[in-house]
Design a protein around this ligand. Sequence first.
Ligand SMILES: [Fe+2]
Length: 164
Amino acid sequence: MSVATMEELFVDELKDLYSAEKQITKALPKMVKGATSAELKQAFTSHLEETKGQIVRLEQAFEILGKKPTGKTCVGMKGVLEEGSEMLEDTDPGEVRDAGLISAAQRVEHYEMAGYGSARDFAKLLGQSEIANLLEETLQEEKSADKKLTGISKAVNSAAKSAQ
Ligand SMILES: [Fe+2]
């Protein structure tokens, strides 16, 4: 058993988040390219930049712990992102695709929010307050990215409905 203690579980979860963020940086450029709405393209582009900063925060956490961030694949994120690429395959450019991309991207955000919330609580429990702050900062970014998408979806979804 490689995960037997809360410390090991904590490191394992951080590795999982690291893998998830790395996968997201590869997927987001495809979402930018696939989106039609300028606002949505912009939201994906700025979240890509944000994600790079989130990777740096995780690297800082690993540095504090004296551990390596690599060695784990976040299988959950892989699946969620696969659904995003399926959306790109199943749709043509336009409002309906954009509505689908927002829906896929919000799944990504919620998955991340769950992971960061748990990891932040583990950090607090283990007395790693500096890491808890780093994780909290990222959690807030994911939450506002999600809210921003909800905002964009209002116009996109109704445009998609009348485009039928
Ligand atoms: Fe993220």
